[in-house]
Design a protein around this ligand. Structure first.
Ligand code: FAD
Ligand code: DLZ
Ligand code: SF4
Length: 509
């Protein structure tokens, strides 16, 4: 009895639900590099290379373990270019008794999967993706009846469920759930930042790099000096280097930004977690161990674990709870096209230039760059939700809609009207100046509030609050800025509107 087990490019985990009862003697694993998945959004070339190389390495690992893999390369003759086409071809060739597949992470593909059985006329068993702490069902029942779905309360439940950083008495380690008051510091001058571990491309990766530079030359992003981990073992090495050298600094400096330091104290593991090369709970247990061994302080370890069992699980829950309608909302009625410099980095606003340039080089930018630089700017100038979401989905190596969309649509641009965030993450230049050294190298002056040389974030921030007053004034967390606005001198208000009008007009050209 042959079972065809279809494994997608972000399902590269030996413990995957669709492989749990693999019979290597009879079953066939199907994996396919297809144009449709590589182009449904114009993915960064580094992301395509990473996914294809990791897929090829995973197939080789499975074959070494005795499994039979039908691996379809992008340039193989007969490649239909779609996952459904490859499924049809494989079922016609192999005539399996049934197909087993773990549900896709993105709504687009998950809803297509529901039609596969009818399409091929063979039973298709869709299995839950159990590489997460919280199932769809569990999130739904957590959300049921709650007025507000705040991450902090969800996170506490995930701590209780996993037992991570919990005492024997069932209390949070250190007597608090959250140590962020000890975090969010700016970088002290001269602080040395450990370098990231590089992985030299092997012959498989080199072949993929040639393929990608040949077939996707029109896509955004640099492919030079590709150095990602592409196997579970390499991802494990990358994680270990983070735990040894950067975890202790993760807490205090997780919101800091510095020109020329692309990763600072971040883990740089999201792309590995999201394709399954690392397991989220194991990663957290390793960080917890570092705390228990005295190698990293509690504020850093708790903050790191919160990102994974808190934020990562929570955004996935929100996505599946509200899709497909979630992607359609536009609470602030934002209607501006995405400025073209998001694709080139060609802007005089140095913070934006740095964040976009890093994104182009590495398919990576850390959270605060995504939220408070590119996200904040899109929020303040009112970029159309779909255009900014499509950009984030395309440009980051870790981008899959289940995690990208709530972070962008909800957290960064408030297009969901507050499902995710209790207020818009809008900030003026003062925040960027406090958390980075970008302003020193900028043509604009962050201290100036109005006029040609003033930092555009300064007037755009107040302009945003004025423009959206009807929708935002009632938000208690914005009471203070609205009080300041109400007391503001009318001349100052007029110059804010004038400067913003001029800037936005220029942006539209
Ligand atoms: P670290 O800062 O070291 O954090 C450790 C891990 O925690 C990450 O690897 C990630 O798995 C998890 N994590 C941290 N913050 C979040 C979060 N807000 N949501 C989900 N997981 C989180 N993350 C993605 O994985 N894919 C995306 O497409 C994505 N798009 C984003 C878009 C916007 C506008 C914003 C503001 C954030 C986005 N994030 C996304 C979340 C976050 O920015 C990245 O997970 C993080 O920058 C990855 O780098 P790191 O591994 O060095 O993370
Ligand atoms: C991201 C990606 C890319 C670039 N290419 C492929 C591919 O050729 N074949 C494949 O099976 N998966 C690919 N992926 C990952 C899928 O896009 C991902 O499985 C869906 O977006 C669902 O999360
Ligand atoms: Fe960005 Fe304003 Fe600072 Fe320039 S001055 S880097 S635009 S915050």
């Amino acid at each position: 009895m042959t079972v065809l087990r279809f494994v997608l490019g972000d399902q590269l985990s030996i413990s995957l639900s669709s492989l749990s009862d693999l019979d290597p003697a009879n079953d066939v694993i199907l994996m396919a590099e297809v144009m449709e998945e590589a182009t449904y959004t114009p993915h960064h070339t580094r992301k395509i290379a990473f996914v294809f190389s990791a897929m090829r390495h995973f197939a080789a690992t499975m074959e070494k373990a005795g499994a039979t893999v039908r691996y379809v390369r992008l340039d193989d003759t007969g490649n239909t270019g779609t996952l459904r086409g490859e499924l049809i071809r494989a079922t016609e060739d192999l005539v399996p008794d049934r197909v087993v597949v773990t549900e896709a992470g993105e709504w687009r593909l998950r809803s297509e999967m529901a039609k596969w059985q009818q399409l091929i006329g063979t039973p298709v068993e869709l299995r839950e993706d159990d590489r997460f702490v919280c199932s769809h069902e569990e999130f739904r029942s957590w959300a049921d009846g709650r007025k507000q779905l705040r991450m902090e309360f969800f996170y506490r439940d995930m701590r209780r469920k996993t037992g991570l950083l919990m005492t024997a008495a069932g209390k949070p380690e250190g007597g608090q759930w959250n140590f962020d008051t000890e975090n969010r510091r700016s970088l002290p001058a001269g602080l040395a930042v450990p370098k990231l571990t590089r992985f030299e491309p092997d012959s498989t990766t080199l072949e993929v790099l040639d393929l990608v530079s040949d077939r996707f030359s029109q896509h955004f992003g640099d492919l030079d000096a590709f150095d990602y981990a592409v196997t579970a073992e390499e991802a494990e090495t990358a994680l270990q280097a983070f735990l040894d050298k950067r975890l202790a600094g993760f807490g205090p400096y997780q919101d800091a930004m510095k020109q020329g330091e692309d990763h600072l104290f971040h883990a740089v593991i999201s792309m590995y977690l999201n394709v399954g090369l690392l397991d989220p709970v194991s990663v957290c247990r390793r960080a917890e161990r570092a705390y228990l061994d005295g190698a990293a302080p509690l504020n850093a370890v708790e903050g790191f674990i919160r990102q994974i069992i808190g934020w990562r699980e929570y955004v996935r829950g929100i996505y599946w709870l509200h899709m497909p309608d979630y992607a359609q909302t536009n609470y602030l009625e934002a209607n501006r096209p995405l400025p073209s410099f998001y694709w080139t980095g060609d802007t005089k606003l140095n913070c934006l230039h740095q964040a976009i340039d890093e994104t182009r080089r590495l398919a990576y930018a850390h959270h605060i760059q995504r939220l408070m630089i590119t996200g904040n700017f899109a929020l303040l100038v009112g970029v159309r939700p779909q255009e900014i979401c499509d950009w984030y989905l395309a440009v980051y190596a870790d981008a899959y809609e289940w995690v990208e969309l709530p972070n962008t649509h909800g957290m960064a641009i408030f297009a969901d009207g507050g499902v995710m965030a209790s207020k818009p993450y809008a900030a003026s230049g003062a925040y960027i100046d406090r958390m980075s050294d970008y302003c020193r190298g900028c043509r604009y002056d962050v201290k100036q509030k109005t006029g040609d040389d003033a930092c555009p974030f300064n007037y755009l921030y107040w302009n945003f609050l004025m423009k959206n007053a009807e929708k935002l004034r009632g938000n208690r967390r914005l009471a203070m800025p609205y009080r300041t606005l109400d007391r503001m001198d009318p001349d100052r208000k007029a110059s804010i509107q004038r400067d913003s009008g001029r800037f936005l007009e220029e942006l539209s050209k």
